[in-house]
Design a protein around this ligand. Structure first.
Ligand SMILES: Nc1nc2c(ncn2[C@@H]2O[C@H](COP(=O)(O)OP(=O)(O)O)[C@@H](O)[C@H]2O)c(=O)[nH]1
Ligand SMILES: [Mg+2]
Length: 280
């Protein structure tokens, strides 16, 4: 069994340069993180890339996360980064207004400066950044009110960027920024694999599913056992319960590992958070 996440850095330097160029045009950054892993899906050295920029953090996919822990996380993030943190989901439209209002609110100093200098008020420029699969395209779609930004489980569609007016005073870049990175922290990387933020050929499903079960067993034993109808939360037990057997009466680990990851990613097991707010 292979318990390491492998990275294929590719064109990291080039991507980083492109991102910096994009960021140079931006007033307010919307950093999206996954509410199920607020620590593991946040960029560690974001400050170096985004210094001097106004920022709003969105704890997205909150519809699949543990509500109480999300509230604690939001407070922690506001304290740590000194910026507002909104609890969002791309599943409904109502968060759109809240996000735009928050952009206007944090932009007040910029409007003030322009006024003082006797300059015309220009629209605030904003862009979405975040790791793969946290809901960047979905949020952009909600804000632009169209399907301009492609959504999907995999990153990859490259197009030229465009500014979209989402309010009289706010423009949004219609392509998100993805910070190129190599995640050296194996536990963080494993959690990113759980939320499908990492290319599937970089890890072993059995390892990642096993680690997921361990966390669920520690923090959400009742709802998880109830969902799988087993007393023990192991891949083997879940396979046997479902009667997924391969030759020599062995449990079908491959199929069951994939099944467990799919259940978690679709939110079927329940509303759970895998990064403990009190640990950070
Ligand atoms: N449950 C839930 N699913 C979401 C949410 N936002 C995005 N998704 C789903 O997550 C997947 C990735 O979303 P996408 O916007 O393409 O993420 P991106 O890779 O960051 O651009 C898609 O299947 C979306 O439908 C959310 O707030 N809640
Ligand atoms: Mg996308």
């Amino acid at each position: 069994m292979n318990n390491h996440i492998h990275w294929y850095p590719g064109h990291i330097a080039k991507a980083e340069k492109q991102l910096k160029e994009k960021l140079s045009q931006i007033d307010v950054i919307l950093e999206i993180i996954d509410a199920r892993i607020p620590y593991s899906s946040a960029y560690e050295d974001i400050e170096t890339l985004t210094k001097n920029k106004l920022k709003i953090v969105l704890l997205n996919k909150s519809d699949m996360a543990d509500e109480n822990k999300t509230k604690i996380w939001a407070q922690k993030i506001e304290k740590k980064y000194g910026c507002p943190c909104l609890i969002t989901t791309s599943r409904n439209q109502k968060d759109t207004k809240i996000i735009i209002n928050k952009i206007l609110e944090v932009s007040k100093p910029i409007f003030e400066k322009l006024k003082q200098r006797g300059l015309l008020i220009r629209p605030i420029r904003t862009m979405v950044i975040g790791m793969p699969n946290v809901g960047k395209s979905s949020i952009i779609n909600k804000l632009t009110g169209s399907s301009k930004a492609k959504t999907g489980a995999k990153a990859g569609v490259t197009r030229t960027q465009q500014w979209v007016r989402v309010h009289d005073k706010v423009e949004l870049l219609d392509t998100p920024g993805i910070i190129p990175m190599v995640q050296k922290n194996q536990l963080k990387a494993t959690k990113l694999a759980m939320i499908n933020s990492i290319s599937e050929n970089a890890y072993d499903n059995e390892y990642v599913a096993g680690e997921l079960l361990k966390i669920l067993d520690e923090y959400y034993p009742e709802i998880t056992k109830n969902y799988y109808k087993t007393d023990k939360l192991t891949i083997e037990d879940i396979a046997l319960k479902r009667n997924w057997i391969i030759k020599n009466s062995k449990p079908d680990i491959t199929r069951t590992s994939q099944f467990i990851l799919t259940n978690f990613r679709s939110g079927k097991i329940g509303k759970v958070t895998l990064d403990e707010p009190n640990d950070f």
